[in-house]
Design a protein around this ligand. Structure first.
Ligand code: ADP
Ligand code: MG
Length: 267
């Protein structure tokens, strides 16, 4: 498997009104073609910042992030991003939001194709009856599904997902996880996903990167011992259960460390 993404000794320091805030420190890891990486760590530790560097929205203050061997200079159509706060446009309808992403994608030419791709993902996300609705009239979960539909519809090689299923109820979440696995099975993508859920990380990922309390450093990289396709019965596998216990312990220690950081102005 070839290496697609390299975080090389990456650091990030923001300069805020309260002074310098170091958010990422000496992070190095690789993502190979076709891998599914989950980043797990406490809220406020720097996970979204890591993703923003890969998306090309911010540049690291030290080290570098490489995509196919080249330093990332900005956002690109090769990377589909699902933002933590959904990132849907309130002034466009559901259908227009999905079409917007497709419009940007020059490789998909005919507008008839765009329409049918749009319809396919509307269906998949259960939004077909809301095609002409505006995001403000949708529930949080529906807005999240819209953001997912928009990212999937452009069929990027790299999918960057920041807590994409966080606002969904348990049943919808399970459905979305399985749908994602199906989409990956069909379309073969490389994924970096941020999640709070230890269970979700093990069920979806091929590799889990556990990061520390702020500043984010690598605490441990765990290879998930299951192949694809996966099914829900995996949750009952004894290896799943023991890995979950171990991962939870790692993450809890960092949650506690993060809470000790008395920084009320930071999320
Ligand atoms: N552009 C920025 N300027 C200043 N501080 C920032 C900026 N972006 C993020 N931060 C701060 O960096 C820390 C980590 O943020 P973030 O990467 O969003 O964490 P996470 O996604 O793990 O919750 C937080 O304290 C946040 O307030
Ligand atoms: Mg975040």
């Amino acid at each position: 498997m070839s290496i697609r993404i390299q975080f090389q000794n990456v650091g990030m320091t923001f300069h805020t009104d309260q002074g310098a805030l170091q958010v990422v420190d000496g992070v190095s890891f690789d993502i190979h073609d076709g891998e599914f990486i989950c980043i797990v760590g406490p809220s406020g530790c720097g996970k979204t910042t890591l993703m923003n560097m890969l998306a090309g929205f911010v540049k690291p203050t030290t080290g570098q992030v490489l995509l196919d061997g080249r330093s990332i200079e900005g956002p690109g159509r090769d990377r589909g991003v699902i933002f933590q706060e959904y990132g849907v446009f309130p002034w466009l309808t559901v259908e227009e939001n999905i079409m917007f992403g497709l419009q940007l994608n020059a490789s998909q030419s005919a507008s008839k194709d765009k329409k049918s791709i749009c319809n396919k993902y509307l269906q998949l996300m259960g939004l077909q009856d809301f095609a002409h609705s505006y995001p403000k009239t949708l529930s949080g979960g529906m807005r999240q599904r819209l953001a997912i539909a928009r990212a999937y519809a452009t069929q990027p090689q790299l999918l960057l997902m920041d807590e994409p299923f966080g606002a969904l109820d348990a049943q919808t979440r399970t459905k979305m996880q399985n749908l994602l696995l199906d989409v990956l099975q069909q379309e073969g993508k490389t994924v970096m996903m941020i999640t709070h859920s230890v269970d979700e990380a093990i069920y979806l990922a091929s590799k889990i990167v556990v990061v520390t309390a702020r500043p984010s450093r690598i605490k441990e990289i765990i290879e998930v011992p299951f192949g694809y396709p996966r099914s829900e019965s995996l949750h009952d596998d004894s290896r799943f259960i023991s890995l979950k216990a171990r991962l939870r312990e790692l993450v809890m220690a960092e949650y506690e460390a993060q809470q000790m950081l008395s920084a009320p102005t930071h999320s």
